[in-house]
Ligand binder design. Structure first.
Ligand code: BEZ
Ligand code: FE
Length: 299
């Protein structure tokens, strides 16, 4: 619990100035917005406690600063190294859990969320149902993914919902990471028909390492961890009147389900790919219903 000096761990006999943290917090001026005051006050308190608890040295602090600077220098509109650093320490997944629990003190029946990750693009092409997002990949298992978007309360089909889908190629790279893939490969936006149906051809996803050549990779190395994500497909599903869901679905047979490098797997998001017969366009099928919670529902 925080004490009046604003810090949980500054004992009365601390060797460090017991008034310092509160002094820094109180430097915020009267025009600071309430939420900013709360969040920054808490951040300052926790980060000061962290420094005291570990008796952080100047060299260690500067190594952290340099990592943040390195992340900034590596980031551009195709790469978000700051987000990736948050991912490998579980922060994006934790924020996702908090957001999902707050929004979805709703219905347990709605499709669970998962982190967005750094490879989403806002400008994916709008495609017709039953078309393919796979271009120029000849070593993948083509999957017909289809299903209905349903209202999580009434279980009725939701027509006119948008499904934004993206996935990595068999070489482990998203198209914006790979000059050999055509622009927008393995991405598309589909709209459900009057029966709530969507359908498209995609790849059975394969596991891939998160980018390993920057500070996030360095951190993984320092923590003696592998960089792999279990095979997954990203989805954002939205329709006016419903809470949008950002999620990922994971292949049940994947060896990294238990140790995703960015901690995003949820049991309810694990799916089964099944053999598909009689369709010359695909060898596998994935039927995946998406349940959207109506806006304003609070159960
Ligand atoms: C992804 O799923 O695309 C992803 C998520 C977090 C870090 C790196 C990649
Ligand atoms: Fe991904």
């Amino acid at each position: 619990m925080a004490t009046t000096n604003g810090s949980a761990n500054v004992a009365a006999d601390s060797r460090f100035d017991p008034t310092f943290t509160q002094h820094v917090i109180e430097a915020m001026g009267p025009k600071t917005a309430p939420r900013m005051r709360q969040v920054m006050g808490s951040l300052i308190r926790h980060i000061h406690d962290f420094a005291r608890e570990n008796e952080l040295t100047i060299d260690e602090w500067m190594a952290g600063v340099e990592m943040i600077n390195w992340a900034g220098k590596m980031s551009d509109n195709k790469r978000n190294e700051g987000q990736l650093m948050c991912d490998v320490i579980g922060l994006e997944s934790l924020v996702d859990e908090i957001t999902f629990k707050r929004a979805a003190e709703t219905t347990d029946a709605a499709t669970a969320s998962a982190i967005l990750g750094p490879f989403f693009r806002h400008d994916a092409p709008i495609l017709e149902n039953e078309s393919t997002i796979v271009h120029g990949v000849d070593d993948g298992e083509i999957t017909y993914m289809h299903g209905k978007v349903l209202d999580s309360v009434t279980k009725k089909p939701v027509a006119g919902a948008w499904i934004d889908v993206w996935q990595a190629s068999t070489n482990g790279l998203y198209e914006q990471q790979d000059n050999d893939q055509v622009e927008h490969n393995l991405r598309g936006k589909f709209k459900t028909d009057d029966n709530g149906h969507y359908g498209f051809y995609c790849l059975r996803p394969t596991p891939y390492p998160v980018p390993f050549d920057g500070p996030a990779g360095k951190l993984l190395q320092l923590l003696n961890r592998h960089p792999f994500r279990p095979a997954h497909i990203h989805l954002i599903v939205q329709r006016e009147g419903y809470k949008p869901v950002t999620t990922q679905i994971f292949d049940r047979r994947d060896p990294y389900l238990e140790n995703d490098s960015v901690f995003a797997v949820k049991d309810s998001l694990i799916v089964d790919f099944t053999p598909l017969k009689g369709n010359p366009k695909a060898t596998l099928e994935l039927e995946y219903p998406v349940l959207l919670a109506p806006q304003g529902e609070s159960h």
